[in-house]
Design a protein around this ligand. Sequence first.
Ligand code: AR6
Length: 315
Amino acid sequence: MPITIVRDDITRMDVDAVVNAANTTLLGGGGVDGAIHRAAGPMLLKECMTLGGCKMGQAKATKGYDMPCKYIIHTVGPVWNGGGFGEEQLLSSCYKNSLELAEQLGCKSVAFPLISAGAYGYPIADAADVALRSINEYLCGSDMRVTLVVFGLRTQLMDEAEIEEIRRYISESTAPPTGGLRRRRILPSAQPEPQPTEQAQDGKSFSQAVIKRMTELEIADSELCRRANISGSLFAKIREGGGYQLKKSEALGIAAALSDDTDSLAELLSLAGYSFSSSERADLIVKYLFDKHRTDIADIERTLFSLDAGLLGEA
Ligand code: AR6
């Protein structure tokens, strides 16, 4: 844990391993594959020539050469054929096998592109959904940090119509309740980090409530970390119950992981010293999703990213 999503060029990522969306020959190509070969230099192709190709859904590693990473993990995603040909399972295997290989190589940080979402035609929103769910599932019990790298300013991880619907919801929820002119309030996308109330500073009541809910719901530590997108080391501090002041995004991730409605979420969040606010974008988006019973962390993160509203947990 945890998963982060960024907009960047994967060849610039300072991580232990970068994953390449390759083809079965492993001999280079266009898209991210071409960019990685250009950035790593000609020695990469030389090593790739010794690997004997790679099957769809599998992964093989090489050194990183001129790239900042130690390793490049080459995986081959499925070509999109309409969804009825095992594409989802194959795509999920790409993430699982790449992470397994990264772990065997002792990597602590891994960056992925959106495998299959370019030349191989997998619809981007679905590819992102499979990516985040597969990574999140794999990371249950592991403390590797994984970054999903989205390329290009216009690449969206959700359908435009849904993004528009949520934007409307935010705008309506934050409009002043006047009977006359309803002016739209323009929200800045980067808001100042909310500060907790003073009485919550020792963290004891939040910690106790978290442990109590985990016991009631029979949730293990690793499962909470997965659901809240936090690391085992952060959870250990929370369990100790003092000294560490959680950021709102961390407290919100944990509260969301242990709640199935926004009332109980708000109650738990208040014990960490934060309010569930109707004027903050991230809170409103979580409320929008919870009201639709969409409480899965991968879904929440993808939606927050798409609306430029930060991420939950330690992302
Ligand atoms: N950094 C991060 N992501 C990138 C970059 C970059 N520098 N460049 C492109 N992407 P694709 P595929 C994104 O086509 O669909 C190759 O020819 C891109 O926007 O690279 O798995 C191989 O040799 C898209 O979201 O990979 C194969 O033949 C994502 O990376 C075939 O393409 C994947 O797009 C593989 O197709």
